[in-house]
Structure formats: structure tokens, C-alpha cells
Design a protein around this ligand. Sequence first.
Ligand code: UGY
Ligand code: MN
Length: 373
Amino acid sequence: SDSDSKPLYWKVTNPTLSPSHLQDLPGFTRSVYKRDHALITPESQVFSPLPEWTNTLGAYLITPAIGSNFVMYLAKMQGLPMGAKWKDRAIWNPIIEKVERRISNDKKAYVADLMQFPNGVLFWDLEFLREIHDRELDSLSVFWNVIYGASLRGNSKSGLPPSDVERFIFVVQGAVTLANVSGVSHELIHKCWRGDQPLRVVFLVLYDSATDRDMSLESLLVDSYAYLPPNFQHSLKCDASATLVVFERRYASLEKYVTEQIVSSTEKQPLLETPGEIFELRKLLPTSLPYDFNIHIMDFQPGEFLNVKEVHYNQHGLLLLEGQGVYRLGDSWYPVEAGDVIWMAPFVPQWYAALGKTRTRYLLYKDVNRDPL
Ligand code: UGY
Ligand code: MN
């Protein structure tokens, strides 16, 4: 079907009721703002430059002004102009030409040449690396990861959250590079194209045995996420485009506990038991005491619904990633679809039923592990 050929979470950034589809219906929006809940649909999301970030537009969708203990925003990191191909970027060409020459002439020289790249990263065709990996790369302390896509240093960049504020980012489109001060970098990679085909590329990851520093870059795509503890130096970069959903919260510290940087992806998280419920549940953060919130990924097949008509002390920020259905909030029932954002205040009655022909998946902030007193 049509949706099968679209990238994961495509609907989030291309919703049915996107602003461009509403031009013939002036003044219409499904958005609502009430005392104990809000629905913020794509035609109401207002983007402006994010303070501290470069080349990034942000839409703050939930902030303490609404009564929340967190902020939730979408960040659109901008890179290449629409339609530009990665090969258009002048920066790639000298490197590509160099590699192409090396491959055809002398594979050993190519491998040696890799060591000269200051970022310790290069990329080339998967088959080629398979061929040389066993024989040569091991002995050079070179590790490699297989990915789809490639990235260099980006031209849009994140700022840091205020002090004592923790951050969670989830990639819904494109990819970014996450770097921290200790020199460990994780690549959240975007696709690049040769013609219209995604190109299979490999990142080489170098281990600098002289300084004993892990320079490794981990490749992470859409569906990847990162948790950054409070006061943790880091930067996110992007040189194509990327859309992130970001949660930030002033960390509610507990004596003797600290949180740690986490980089992973939804698919790596195990399905958890949901007694009395039929939806599928994954948690993106550890459930241990140091973490004062968690992010749930919940999947419903069409026709499935929450059994518990929940009323609880926790608050929620929700992004619908896939599918459509009806959300009950207080005494109102709302048709919702991918791209919609929901704020749920403590104790708002909440219930969801999935409709349509495809599964619903949503991402949910939930404050946990702290005494409400
Ligand atoms: O964990 C939760 O509170 C979750 N089941 N709530 C929700 O989906 N509205
Ligand atoms: Mn809930």
C-alpha cells in the first residue's frame, strides 16, 4: 500500500491535515486548549528560530505556562536546500574523489589514508569494506559500523538547555550527530542519495590507541533517541535536515543518584508486560530511581483501545507517530492522527481507541519516580 513505501514516521511531518491542505477551509483547526488538556494539531504549530540553536526552527508545544513540569518542542534542523543531493556539497567531492582513486589503485593506501582524517570518520561502500575488513582493518584498530547514509559536520547546531535541565531528543525525520565533550560521538545519520536511491554507506570508527580515547561514532537513524543528563555538555549537528521532538525538564534530583547519557533506538527496547491491557509497550529510559520521567512508546492495532479509563497524578506530553483514532480527554472525544500533540494535566481522564487500517504508535512523556508531595 501507499503508506508502506513511505519512510518511518513520515506522517508526522506530512499529516493529512497539513497546513497546505487547509487552505480551502479558512479558520479551521482541530486544536483545543482547555484547563486540563490541550490538542495541538499541525496547522496550529508555530515555528520560529530556537534561542541558542543555529539554523533551527522550533515550535514549543507544551511549556510550564500550560501547567506542565516540562517543555516539549519540535526542532526542525535545516540543512541542504530542498532537492539538493549530497553530491552537490562541495565538501564531499574532494574526499570522494580521493577515495575513488585509492580504491581503484591501491586498497592498502586507502586504508592508511583513513587514519589522516581528523574526525576519524570516513565512509565507503559496504561490499568494499566487507572485503577489506578481516584482512586489514582489525590490525589498524579500526572498527566499523554498517549504516545507511552518511554525514559530515553539520551546518545547523543545537544550543544547551539551561543549567540543571535534562534533555531527551527523539529523531522523527532525518538524522543528527550527537557529540559530547569527552570526544565520544554518536552519529544519528541521515540518508544520502545517488540519483534517487538511498546509498549504502559505511562509517569507519577509529579508536585512537595513543590517547586511549574512544572516537567512535554510533550510527542512529529515525527512531533513535538520546537522553542528556542535566549540565551535560553536548551538541547536536545536522547537515541535511532533521526533525526532532525534544523534552526538557528541570531535573528533580535525589541524593546519591545521578543519571547517565543514553543513546539508543525504539527497536532495541524490549516489549514490556502490560497486565490488563493489549497495547504494546516499550520504555525508552531506565525505570530506576535516578530518572524522574520516562518516555513510553505505545502501539495499538486498529480496533484496540485502552482498557483502563486512566485518571492519574502523572502528566503527559504525547506525539502521535503513526495511525489515527479517537482520544478522550476529560469529557471530550477528539479524532487524532499522526503529527498531533497532546498535553494531559494530572488527573485528566484519558482514553484512546485506534481506528483506521494501520497501527497507532505514540510517544508519551510521563513523570515518574518522585513523591508527589
Ligand atoms: O502510562 C500511561 O499513563 C499511559 N498508558 N497513558 C496514556 O496512554 N494516556
Ligand atoms: Mn496515562
